[in-house]
Design a protein around this ligand. Structure first.
Ligand code: HEC
Ligand code: HEC
Ligand code: HEC
Length: 272
């Protein structure tokens, strides 16, 4: 019995050493290692709505590098991976075609393919699915309550706008412009710009939002669209009561080699 315990200890010690030499490499925190490689999912800009699965674009080159702390994408090896041309936008004619690209929102939305055909086609029986609405005013929609927070007293616009200010009445897989014409879900900027013209202008000028890609001003860029960052149904985030769900900050950068702490940062630098 004693010998058994001793050899078990030896084994455990050996295993410990084996583990610690291996822990030099960044290994997944969970042991034992799975036989099948598990998909690693990171998010690009809005958690829960802009997820990408990590994969290799070519041997040894991952499509993205992600923060181990927040799961946010920190680096793209190909900024245009999965993008399509942005489509027509007023005041953007000076950008050569194909130079402004976006990631389509529609492929991130699980319900979208059925929105316009299964429920909101206006021909269903009276109880469920509902017939088309006759007014734009808030009414109870129990089937949607789990998806849209504060559904009846929608906090976007502080109860002054509602579903059909954004969604097309008859084509439910489309958004709607001021004339009642459909807008693609992939061009939310045309919708948001109806009411947030100043923000749209800032976005167009590169002051609001984010772009990645070629540095030159006439170069090809991926533009992040409004809904990649903002949840259109919840723009007043909880206690902050502001438009953006904040992430926990990353840890501070590593201290340079040979330095014990970062106190040197507090001493004034060389005068210019
Ligand atoms: C301010 C504009 C706006 C309002 C108001 C609004 N929506 Fe939306 N809704 C959008 C946009 C934009 C999208 C696409 C979201 C995206 O790309 O992530 C969307 C997506 C959806 C989806 C598809 C979600 C999915 O995952 O497939 C449903 C369902 C939906 N809205 C229902 C509603 C209902 C019901 C209301 C009213 C209570 C409402 N919306 C109010 C703009 C709005
Ligand atoms: C029909 C008009 C309308 C549309 C369309 C619309 N909004 Fe709004 N939005 C408003 C109003 C009104 C407010 C509320 C301002 C207030 O009273 O605080 C608001 C508030 C916001 C806020 C919060 C502002 C803050 O100060 O924190 C954000 C963020 C926002 N909208 C983003 C969007 C995005 C993104 C879209 C497109 C998906 C969009 N909105 C579409 C009318 C609109
Ligand atoms: C890369 C992410 C990103 C994109 C893309 C983006 N926004 Fe924002 N937006 C933000 C952040 C971050 C804030 C600051 C929110 C806060 O302070 O809580 C903000 C704030 C806002 C506000 C509130 C302004 C205020 O004073 O607080 C509005 C309205 C808004 N955005 C609309 C838009 C519209 C419309 C688009 C598309 C044309 C857009 N945003 C695209 C990240 C983005």
């Amino acid at each position: 019995m004693k010998i058994l315990t001793f050899s078990a200890m030896l084994l455990a010690a050996f295993f410990g050493i084996f583990q610690s030499t291996h822990s030099q490499q960044p290994a997944p925190a969970v042991t034992p290692a799975p036989a099948q490689p598990v998909d690693v999912t990171c998010f690009e800009s809005r958690k829960g709505a802009s997820e990408v699965v990590k994969r290799e674009l070519s041997v040894g080159v991952p499509n993205v590098k992600c923060s181990p702390k927040t799961g946010a994408v920190l680096w793209w090896s190909d900024p245009f991976d999965g993008t399509v041309p942005m489509g027509d936008m007023p005041q953007m004619d000076r950008i050569p075609s194909g130079k402004a690209v976006v990631k389509p929102r529609s492929e991130k939305l699980a319900l979208l393919p059925s929105c316009g055909i299964a429920c909101h086609n206006g021909v269903g029986p009276k109880f469920i699915p509902p017939t088309l609405p006759t007014s734009k005013k808030p009414t109870p929609i129990p089937t949607m309550a789990a998806m849209v927070p504060d559904l009846q007293n929608l906090q976007h616009g502080r109860e002054r706008i509602w579903c059909l200010d954004c969604h097309h009445t008859t084509q439910r897989n489309k958004l709607v412009d001021n004339f009642g014409d459909p807008i693609s879900i992939d061009q939310p900027q045309l919708l948001c710009g109806k009411c947030h013209g100043d923000r749209l202008r800032d976005w167009r000028d590169g002051i609001h939002g984010k772009r990645i890609g070629e540095w030159a001003s006439a170069g090809k860029k991926r533009w992040f669209t409004c809904t990649e960052c903002h949840n259109p149904h919840n723009v007043q985030d909880g206690a902050r009561n502001r438009g953006f769900v904040q992430l926990a900050p990353e840890s501070p950068p590593q201290i340079p080699k040979g330095m014990k702490d970062a106190s040197w940062e507090k001493t004034p630098g060389v005068p210019h």
